[in-house]
Write a protein that binds this ligand. Structure first.
Ligand code: SAM
Ligand code: SF4
Length: 332
């Protein structure tokens, strides 16, 4: 087994979020403008052959956990074939997917067969009309059915991600959390991050900080911390007494998790990013298209890892600062 690379701050880097498209079949107000964005030309996006080569290289380096994301990964043609090929790379320990869930009813079983065992579904609300207002599409029932289909297919855990916005869906904090009392899902509350899309001027007012979410959850039912989960990723985990599901709170803004960050991101056009909020990117597409030897590409990746920033700069005055790219184009 290859030992994962470490960065200059002794963080073990073993996780890659791999975006396979910048396109999406929803237009969430906090992520994309209503009329979409200029699409990348097909030639600008990594081909599946290039994605697979890259996946083999990183797994060979010890980066053994890969999450497929986007844009909406399920809109890319032949996504199942790609997942299947990645999950068969010797040395890969985990292949997961982040999706808006709209196409999950049709894809859940095939995803499981292709080796996807863990899935994150974005679900900001349990109300169909509000879902349509947030995502600009009336597809709540597809997503809800997709989540059930993923459960039936045997995918576990199923994590439901809700980005919290005051005056939009913060009235549902308790109801979303109560889902964990009846379903074995992980409901995760995510602080809104200051990207360019959507919330504009109202961003500061709409921000709901993690401590406020936690205080409200404590009033729903006895809540205890889940120690067994604490080392996995950026969420702090809790559970209501006897609940089959868990609750996660992800606070990239109010309490950033940089000291334990183990991840890299690759955008759909093959740009390697070592920090979600950094402007620095390394062009891996060019390296792949120049047919550089594997060792040379490994060296490029190792150099990028060596300059991974210690932490992001989203501290005050956080809300006046915007990040040039948006989540759909970075790979959330
Ligand atoms: N389309 C897929 C989906 O929605 O799950 C995958 C890509 S999406 C960019 C990944 C995640 O980023 C989603 O859970 C979405 O809610 C989250 N996201 C997008 N913009 C965000 C923002 N400004 N702050 C916090 N989370 C954001
Ligand atoms: Fe699409 Fe996901 Fe962005 Fe919503 S959050 S617009 S589903 S990429």
């Amino acid at each position: 087994m290859t030992v994962p690379p470490t960065d200059s701050f002794e963080r073990k880097i073993d996780y890659l979020r791999l975006s396979v498209t910048d396109r999406c079949n929803l237009r969430c107000t906090y992520c994309m403008p209503e009329d979409g964005v200029p699409k990348l030309d097909h030639s600008e996006i990594l081909s599946y052959e290039e994605v697979l080569t890259l996946a083999r290289i990183v797994v060979g380096m010890g980066i053994s956990k890969i999450r497929i994301t986007g844009g909406e990964p399920l809109v890319r043609r032949d996504i199942i074939t790609l997942c299947s090929k990645i999950s068969n790379i010797p040395g890969i320990k985990s292949l997961s997917l982040t999706t808006n869930g709209v196409l999950l009813p049709n894809f859940a079983e095939a995803l499981f067969s292709a080796g996807i065992r863990r899935i994150n579904v974005s679900l900001d609300t349990l109300k169909p009309e509000k879902f349509a207002a947030i995502t600009r599409y009336d597809r709540f029932s597809d997503v809800w059915e997709g989540i059930a289909a993923a459960h039936r297919a045997g995918i576990s855990p199923i994590k439901l991600n809700a980005v919290m916005l005051r005056g939009v869906n913060d009235d549902e904090i308790e109801d979303l959390a109560r889902l964990t009392l009846s379903h074995p899902y992980h409901v995760r509350f995510i602080e809104h991050m200051p990207f360019n899309a959507g919330q504009g001027e109202g961003r500061e007012r709409k921000f709901v900080a993690a401590p406020e979410i936690l205080e409200r959850l404590k009033k729903v039912a006895p809540l205890s911390i889940c120690d067994e989960e604490q080392s996995n990723g950026p969420a702090v985990h809790f559970r209501f007494r006897d609940a089959p599901g868990k609750i996660g709170i992800i606070s990239p803004v109010s309490n950033h998790f940089c000291p334990s960050c183990n991840r890299l991101r690759v955008t759909a056009e093959g740009k390697l990013r070592t920090c979600l909020f950094s402007k620095e990117e390394t062009d891996l597409r060019q390296a792949l298209r120049d047919n550089l030897p594997i060792e040379a590409i490994c060296r490029i990746i190792r150099n990028a890892i060596a300059s991974k920033p210690e932490k992001h700069e989203l501290s005050s005055p956080v809300f006046r600062k915007c990040i040039s790219r948006q989540m759909f184009s970075i790979g959330g």
